[in-house]
Design a protein around this ligand. Sequence first.
Ligand SMILES: [Zn+2]
Ligand SMILES: [Zn+2]
Length: 390
Amino acid sequence: MANVESPLSPELLRSMRAWRHDLHAHPETAFCEFRTSDLVARELERAGARVHRGLGGTGVVGTLARGDGPVIGLRADMDALDMQELSGAAHRSTIPGKMHGCGHDGHTAMLLGAAHHLAADPGWRGTLHLIFQPAEEHAGGGLAMVKDGLFDQFPCDAVYALHNSPNLPFGTMATRVGTVMANCDTYEITVTGKGCHAAQPEHGVDPVVAAAQLVTAMQTIVSRNVKPTDALALSITQIHAGDTWNVVPNSVLLRGSCRTLTAATRELAERRLREVCAGVALTSGASIDVQMFRGYPACVNTAAQVDLAARAAARVVGADKVDAACTPRMGSEDFAYMLEQRPGAYVFFGAARPDADNPPVHNPYYDFNDDILPLGAQYWVELVKIAMPA
Ligand SMILES: [Zn+2]
Ligand SMILES: [Zn+2]
């Protein structure tokens, strides 16, 4: 399948697998990647990189410099999830309630493998920043590194990142120019009525009925306000109200998630959400308070870097296995904060095991597919050689 032989030595391939299993057995979550960043820093130093620690908390940057030339940043994420692993793998999590359920253990191992290989490979020239970020899952470790001066201390012409994808066939790569991952916002709505006896609704203002109208009316934002060819996922994920049978509660709390691919749809969804709430408040007599919380912005790839990423991946998996115009995903990714600062490309590497059940990421049975370790590391190597020719 691959167009070229893996340039990585068998010993390095074994090391990558060992790091991956070690990290998987010792998962650490947002900004607590202490042991993980120790391993990363140790291996970067062993590869001969100049190592800077403590950027954005537990973030690590390793620099390999070889004369004048382009300056490129490659990013891996290091954090795990707050969930219980149920896989029976020999390298399963040893920490209750924490698990590498998204494959960031594999991403870290692949970039370390590439660092070791590139340190000894004469086929490139310039400055390479190997960026290991904390807290990708929800706490914004990428933003923390940017705020901490990532690109002031380590200026990059372009930045790149990859994510494994167990729902894409093994040995494929997918990406696209423009938005590849969504804006991820959340909201909280408080409907306040006037509590009363369940037998005497005429003495109160029922916030449950108002909330029910709201749930239905909100879906008209998706179906009637947003252009059918644009994307909006507006989900109500929590409704909390009432404690007993014979009391109409005083208030109802609703929470949910709003995912969009463009700034215009993001603005439209927020404006219409407020307007629908104001309308239901008017007709129900309840007062409705809306709080919107902006989360990770959309992950936006630039054309030249997508082209370069696609060429690098083609060398690894073959051009027929590269989809450089995939559909965007409604998930989110805090590499977006780095892409707001620099041109770059975020790509998916297919990791589905043939003829096997492939639990998705964030599933308790998920385990990163070690068979893509060589492909991911080789992708980094080929990318560097194309972007930073000797
Ligand atoms: Zn994840
Ligand atoms: Zn992830």
